[in-house]
Design a protein around this ligand. Structure first.
Ligand SMILES: C[S@@+](CC[C@H](N)C(=O)[O-])C[C@H]1O[C@@H](n2cnc3c(N)ncnc32)[C@H](O)[C@@H]1O
Length: 425
């Protein structure tokens, strides 16, 4: 039997999760909505439960909406109650929470005038669960938990792989560390992890993937800068840039500094870390402080170098441009619901303006590494093709075999990324 305290905590979690989800249903990012909920006033277990429910609902929202649509005679105008029902349906279908407690909590958390409706909808669901779940798979959104336009784009771009991409996008993302080669070796870190019962495996030259994610504070060596958290798919930057001591490197879209740190761990180079968002640059500084490394931080727009560039060319440029984040959507399951089809064209336009503006800053013979965490070709292969067609002084260099044509698709071990290495001739 759950204690009174547990019951209160479950009750609060359902109501708070519904508040957080309402924010997302109104178009707010999940991270912002979580921040606005001031969860740090709650116990650790409540915070964890709220996050689990909010992330879970967004991961399975296609299916949950399809179920709810069958249970309601007309769409609910009250967004809070709609979110509360999604949260309860998620708990009933995808967690081991006791069904009677889920229903009771949802009814208690609902505004008085919607209590009967919430009760009726959830009890109806319990009675007809199998048929409702089966009918929910009849729509693309219900079956794939992605917007139909997103699925269509993947089908067009990856006729043989789109289902695998969608399946990988529903998985819980792995937690991978990057070992700081200035401070430790992969073997040492794996031994340290094992000594605190964290099982792991090596998934790249400096990458260690944990069997189960743990809070970062529990990772030995994190506070001392021996390791950083970085997906294995993101750990190609330093080797592809082919860094040599003393080179001038521009990290043009640097925040929060994951790749800035990797570049500085790999070589004694002079890094300018630029980002348009001053507050996010603060996170670059924090990351570099933890690693014991330094760069010149600048707030500025990569698309307008005249406002921040001193005219000295760079030997290497990293353009880790803003993008749809479609390759990392499982880490941010709100993204697929908040994006609109026209956003992809807007990102592609923004990326093309940034690339064109950065190119003249590269020294002859210098290399520019273009990266996105997207799987959509408009932001990736097509973007680079278009760039090469109007820059006669640019050549695309081959990548190591493991990277193929540069498009990494998400799977159990890594997220989706795109890499293109360009050289100025
Ligand atoms: C994909 S994130 C970069 C991640 C980072 N390289 C890392 O590894 O931690 C893209 C960054 O580009 C920044 N950004 C967006 N537009 C920009 C612009 N016009 N100029 C410079 N930075 C920009 C965003 O603020 C964001 O921090």
């Amino acid at each position: 039997m759950a204690s009174e305290q547990d019951k209160t905590s479950q009750n609060i979690s359902a109501a708070l999760a519904a508040d957080v989800l309402s924010g997302v249903l109104f178009g707010q990012k999940l991270t912002q909505s979580l921040e606005a909920a001031n969860l740090d006033r709650q116990s650790h277990s409540t915070q964890g439960a709220v996050r689990d429910i909010a992330y879970g609902v967004l991961r399975y929202r296609g299916e949950l909406e399809a179920i709810l649509g069958q249970l309601l005679q007309k769409p609910l105008e009250d967004t809070g109650t709609h979110a509360l029902l999604l949260a309860a349906l998620y708990q009933l279908t995808h967690t081991r929470a006791a069904p009677y407690a889920v229903v009771n909590n949802a009814v208690e958390a609902a505004p008085r005038k919607f209590r009967n409706l919430v009760n009726a909808v959830l009890r109806n669901f319990q009675r007809k669960q199998a048929a409702l779940l089966s009918a929910a798979t009849q729509t693309v959104e219900g079956r794939t938990n992605h917007p139909a336009w997103w699925v269509e784009k993947l089908q067009l771009a990856y006729p043989g792989d789109w289902e695998r991409i969608l399946e990988a996008s529903q998985l819980h993302p792995p937690m991978t560390l990057r070992v700081n080669c200035r401070k430790a070796s992969v073997e040492q870190i794996m031994a340290d992890l094992s000594s605190v019962d964290i099982d792991s495996r090596q998934t790249g030259p400096w990458a260690i993937t944990l069997d189960k994610p743990v809070p970062v504070g529990k990772v030995p060596g994190f506070a001392e800068g021996k390791v950083s958290v970085q997906d294995a798919g993101a750990q190609w930057t330093a080797s592809l840039l082919d860094l040599k001591s003393g080179q001038r490197v521009l990290d043009a879209c640097a925040a929060p500094g994951g790749k800035t740190g990797h570049i500085l761990e790999a070589a004694d180079v002079e890094v300018t870390a630029l980002d348009v968002d001053e507050s996010r640059l603060g996170r670059v500084q924090q990351n570099l402080d933890r690693l014991g490394l330094s760069a010149q931080l600048k707030t500025g727009d990569a698309a307008h170098p005249s406002s921040w560039w001193n005219g000295q060319p760079f030997d290497r440029i990293l353009a880790d441009v803003p993008c749809s984040a479609s390759g990392v959507e499982r880490r941010n399951p709100d993204i697929k619901w908040l994006r609109r089809p026209e956003d992809i064209r807007k990102f592609a336009r923004q990326q093309s303006v940034i690339l064109d503006a950065l190119w003249p800053l590269l020294a002859p013979g210098g290399k520019l590494l273009y990266i996105t965490c997207s799987v959509f070709p408009e932001e990736n292969a097509q973007q680079i093709q278009a760039f090469l067609s109007h820059h006669a002084d640019a050549t695309r260099l081959a990548l190591p075999d493991e990277l193929g044509d540069g498009q990494l698709l998400p799977d159990e071990t890594r997220d989706g990324f795109f890499y293109a290495l360009l050289q100025r001739v």
